[in-house]
Design a binder for this molecule. Sequence first.
Ligand SMILES: *Cc1c(COP(=O)(O)O)cnc(C)c1O
Length: 342
Amino acid sequence: MSIHHLVRSNILRLTPYASARSEYKGRADIFLDANENPFDTGYNRYPDPLQWKVKEKIAELKGVSREKIFLGNGSDEVIDLLIRIFCEPKEDHIIILPPTYGMYRVSADIADVAVREVPLGARFQPDVDAVLNAADAHSRLLFLCSPNNPTGNSFPMETIGRLADAFPGITVVDEAYIDFSAQPGSLSLLDQHPRLVVMQTFSKAWGLAGIRLGMAFASEEIIGLFNKVKPPYNVNQLTQEAVLKALGNPGQQRQWVHSLLGQRTLLAQYLGGLDFVERIYPSDANFLLVKVREPRRVYDFLAGRGIIVRDRSRVALCEGCLRITVGTPEENEQLFRALVEF
Ligand SMILES: *Cc1c(COP(=O)(O)O)cnc(C)c1O
């Protein structure tokens, strides 16, 4: 089944920006086509617009073919492109399941695309029937964040599969925290679900938030649309080099994840012993959502000691909650000492 009918007509008609460079790569010696400075600085040439070396490494690691991968300037760019490809401003809308990540709404607001909210239900799980009831022919994107930010829980694969089957638009699963999760993730659903996009990022488990690199996995048809719309050189040379270096040593990532999961358990145990802590939600991510008495006072007390956490206490369904990122053992120790003092 084609996804043609879901794509904005101006995007279908678009003639993308073309650089002649890729046609001649490896078959020419003198490049006088792009007005670059010819003197070698290591960075005087434009980078590979499709980042094939990086994609080959990611394909190997994830077991997904390189043609089904898109790389963006952070997941933020992936979210923005999805909205610009699929949502006609003032006509179409996206569906989000609050409480969730803030960028879906911000990107939609910037594009003048409406947002329908279907709040998460019991145990912060999607209400599948409510989501499908909210959907109509103008529902172009459904954002499922699993593990979800800020609640920390994952959605069962079965729920994601059911929604991807029945939602008439594109289902987007944001797996920014998947490396910390006990769940297997949704990449294995891609082959059966032509309208599914799975997003991951190098910003969390890989320790590379500073290089800005997000991934999207989808059918070749959807990846082709991303490539048509993206700025030609959206992932710069320094980023491509830094990620290749990291991908050359995946053991480091696994070691960090192992350490952070141990620290997450320890932190939850510590927090559970404090009398002003009312609830610690189960987490599949590198943070804990913690319900406390007097959240603002706790927040200010910590800030006064130079420790910044995220105040989510005024977010619907997160009343009284702080979101605390798992730090290094030393940082977690200092956090705990400050909380004991509080
Ligand atoms: C941190 C985070 C991201 C990462 O965004 P980048 O632009 O890749 O840094 C994406 N989604 C969620 C839900 C996040 O919490």
